[in-house]
Ligand binder design. Sequence first.
Ligand code: NAG
Ligand code: NAG
Length: 335
Amino acid sequence: MALRWGIVSAGLIAADFATVLQALPRSEHQVVAVAARDLSRAKEFAQAHDIPKAYGSYEELARDPDVEVAYVGTQHPQHKPVVLLLLAAGKAVLCEKPLGVNAAEVREMVAEARSRGLFLMEAIWTRFFPAVEALRSVLAQGDLGDLRVARAEFGLNITHVPRAIDWAQAGGALLDVGIYCVQFLSMVFQGQKPEKILAVGRRYETGVDDTVTVILEYPGGVHGSFTCSISSQLSNTLTVNGTKGKAQLLEPCWCPTELVVNQERKEFPLPQAQNKKFNFPNGAGLTYEAKHVRECLRKGLKESPVVPLAESQLLADILEEVRKAVGVTYPQDKR
Ligand SMILES: *[C@@H]1O[C@H](CO)[C@@H](O)[C@H](O)[C@H]1NC(C)=O
Ligand SMILES: *[C@@H]1O[C@H](CO)[C@@H](O)[C@H](O)[C@H]1NC(C)=O
């Protein structure tokens, strides 16, 4: 049975997500509606993506009985109010990362989903790439021996992108790209809570964090580190070393198609939708996440076993602690 999606926001990432949904079999995925705060943008989006209904408010989409699951691709500060609106209307929700601007927002959203018995997932699309699944099985099989250290780097000069540097939109390196690094270390160390967090960072002139380096110590004497940046191009790779070897996801590590395990390189080509036009690199890879959400919902799950809500909460806790350590607070922190 087809899963009926509603798309909330007519932005660039929402466009990429709609593109992959429309490239999947209609017997499995259908996009029934799109909502934007500006009706003309919603209509334009609907026309471009062949979507039957366009709404000029998120409330209308939330009320649409045809919508089974909503994809939220709004700006960071809108995630919480929009997700709460959709949950109140009984919709399952896939929300872009970061789920909330801070840990309290995530706590509220998670509590709401749980109390209503509804599916909620943070859209950490990276975890569903076959190269990342292959890395998880390498780790699970113990091919690297005992893990020792992991390292993630994600930095691009995106200071020309207004949203990325905008304090009011909760921009900055940690929430924009650092989240990918934290989720990587958390995946490698199996969602354990770090015992120690050390952070240094510099701020951009707008007050958001610009470049941040973090060390996370995990139970058992292992640690990981990451550097994220919105002003410097970094290696954009992820590495994990153990007593028997090393594994590496190559650039672009946030949407990787190549895994190297002890010098052996394996490629994982993108799905069919790769022939379509995307706003972001490897946008076709959003397919994996869309399929995962359908599988979860058809099994009646209330959260994803790959991106569980407790881990989204932990990621938000880590990001907030690091952000405060480098001296960045957002209006949401004061509420
Ligand atoms: C990033 O790009 C801007 C132009 O968009 C440039 O002015 C700036 O120097 C670059 N920053 C770094 C660290 O290279
Ligand atoms: C990590 O792996 C690389 C490649 O196998 C190796 O050269 C390096 O010595 C390893 N580092 C540690 C700390 O084991």
